[in-house]
Design a protein around this ligand. Structure first.
Ligand code: GLU
Length: 325
């Protein structure tokens, strides 16, 4: 299987560590961006926190700054949830039920669901992710939760727990997501009780992770679905390809085009300030820095991903001019 995958490799360990350190030094002084405040608990984050970690597909970690600082996973859960659902019901059925096209609209858009006519969006925005949550195997909310929490923990290579303060804070203010779920229900695009599905989605967004965890989760997607440290095959290699394709299309919501133009890589952002970038065959990058731009993407995270994509030679579209002059 791997012999026709042409993806190259990361530079030497010393070079990767040096560039990770340089990215941290370079972007620490950046002060632009605002904390997410629509989930009250996120507004208490420290704007100065900045951590990053590159995990190679071989399992080596390259860290700088607050790579061990816990924060809630938020939308970075979406690619991993989609991967687990594809694994459970098959990638064709997942695409048919959830959609995979960009909405061109913000992550929590209700209009996106209405406009598509049949309630389709994609699993990187809230509507598609709530619908995906409803498809988790299990008859009860607790059974579905066990599937989600265990699956995420297998990606991370350690048991992940909930940040209870963030969960309670988002549950108390979750009216927009509840509205999206009820619209999906009217369009028969949700496969579990809409209130329970919204609560499960919210709970999954409150899973507590670090940049180190996320780099390994991203590296699992870069490694044909095999967790680099535990060696567990978490999802199939073909499913990884589909997940990465949807991340390219919609991982940074309505700014996904700008992101791809800058990095040439699949990425995903979340409102707590995390970002992941996947370099297929090579590794995963995760950053944590809470101040966000207007679309809800970490400012330092985007700068770091762009810098490291260039300097580590990760852009999927880059090629050399070779052959006859
Ligand atoms: N839990 C957040 C929400 O549903 C996630 C959004 C994000 O991280 O972009 O609004």
């Amino acid at each position: 299987m791997t012999d026709w995958v042409s993806t190259g490799h990361l530079p030497t360990a010393a070079v990767v560590q040096q560039l990770v350190d340089e990215a941290h030094r370079r972007f620490t002084p950046v002060e632009e961006g605002e904390l997410a405040s629509y989930i009250p608990a996120l507004a208490t984050a420290s704007p100065s926190h900045f951590g990053l970690c590159v995990a190679a597909t071989g399992g080596q970690l390259f860290e700088a700054g607050e790579a061990a600082q816990p924060f809630s996973i938020q939308s970075l859960s979406k690619p991993f949830l989609f991967a687990l659902i594809c694994q459970a019901i098959g990638e064709d059925e997942a695409r048919e039920k959830l959609g995979v096209n960009s909405t061109g609209l913000p992550f929590n858009s209700v209009l996106a669901v209405e406009r598509s006519g049949e309630g389709l969006s994609n699993p990187m925005v809230n509507a598609g992710a709530i619908a995906a949550t409803s498809l988790a195997p299990g008859e009860t909310a607790e059974a579905k939760w066990a599937f989600i929490q265990e699956g995420f923990s297998r990606f991370a290579g350690r048991p992940l727990a909930i940040d209870r303060a963030v969960y309670a804070s988002e549950l108390a203010t979750n009216r927009r997501n509840a509205g999206i779920a009820s619209l999906l229900s009217e369009q028969e695009r949700i496969w579990f009780d809409p209130v329970a599905a919204t609560n499960l989605y919210t709970r999954q967004c409150a899973l507590s992770v670090t940049a180190r965890d996320l780099s390994l989760m991203a590296a699992t997607l870069a490694n044909g679905g095999r967790q680099p440290c535990t060696g567990e095959q978490v999802i199939g290699a073909v499913i990884c390809q589909h997940v990465l394709a949807v991340m390219v299309t919609a991982g940074l919501y309505e700014t996904s085009g700008d992101w791809l133009y800058a990095t040439g890589l699949p990425g995903k952002s979340g409102v707590s300030g995390g970002m992941i970038t996947v370099a297929p065959g090579k590794g995963g990058l995760a950053t944590f820095s809470p101040p966000l731009d207007e679309a809800g993407n970490s400012v330092r995270g985007q700068l770091t991903a762009r810098f490291l994509s260039e300097r580590l030679g990760l852009n999927l579209f880059a090629s050399r001019s070779e052959g006859k002059a």
